[in-house]
Design a protein around this ligand. Sequence first.
Ligand code: FMN
Length: 331
Amino acid sequence: MGAARLGTTDLETLLTAAAAAPSIHNSQPWEIRPVPGTFRLEVRPAADRWLPAADPTGRARLLSVGAALFNLRVAAGHLGRRPRVRLLPDAGDPGLVAVVDLTGLPPDTSRQPDLYEAVALRRTSRAPFTGRPVPARTLTELASAVLTEGARLYLPGVVATRRMLALTAEAERRNRRDSARVRESRAWVHAGNLPYGIPAAALGPLDATGRIPVRDFTGAGRARRAPAVPFERHAQLALVVTRRDRPADWLRAGQALQRVLLLATARGLRTCPLHQALEWPDLRSALGGESNRPQFLFRLGYGPQGAPTPRAALTAGAPARGTQDTTQAYF
Ligand SMILES: Cc1cc2nc3c(=O)[nH]c(=O)nc-3n(C[C@H](O)[C@H](O)[C@H](O)COP(=O)(O)O)c2cc1C
């Protein structure tokens, strides 16, 4: 049995799911194009949407692209296809970060329907959580999910949690003193009328107790924010780590972080990244142990749903490079 041709509706399903991924400052730094006449999609980082001050190496950008790639895989499974992903498939074309081949049938039997539902439900929740502990068996399940993506999930105890929050607080202090970063971060916050960036309504309050250094996107405390409120007493943190630190590892970590965020969502949890310390090389090193490359730190727990954040509309695009066929519909 051959695979049915990828129709317009299938493509829309795939690309809508990819676009729902989290991304640094909601920059949505991916370009995903079908290769006409094939069952392949090419994935490239968007050249014009990245954060040179906070992310000069492009690591967070590739984490975001990896998260979109994972959503694409989940949507492909939902459509009854078995996606085959090749990361950085062409040494001569480093901008081509992944190719997703959707020829494969029958569907992936390991696919988890609840992850597809979670794609649209997941949002960053910057509110205080209730403090209800996350059950140990759920934490174990989350850690196993990350392992399947070639990364590991470190769940810190009380002392390590305190240390990670202190490193994040130090990053937050540095961010406020760094005018280039403040300018950059502010440029991604808006009144809610743009397809990229974060609407001010999706930003959360500061923690009145000072324990949880949530990110102040508007910088230096100058812009108006909601009044500070007390956050949960014991933050449950989780850190995605990889063994190595090459672009392929960032793409893997991006897929791993999205798998764990979706699974957490499917289990009724809310999640909120605390990425500030990962944006300062010395603080990032201090977050991990000898053999760990820290990639993504987040807080999880029970609490209110985050506010929605817009996504760019699927627009007509050029065919993937090197192809002649322009007859197919693109998004
Ligand atoms: C690599 C990365 C780093 C992020 N860092 C932070 C952060 O430090 N603080 C924060 O509140 N959100 C952070 N986010 C969440 C994004 O702001 C969020 O995904 C984006 O605004 C889209 O909103 P959504 O997650 O609700 O769909 C990060 C996301 C990614 C992928």
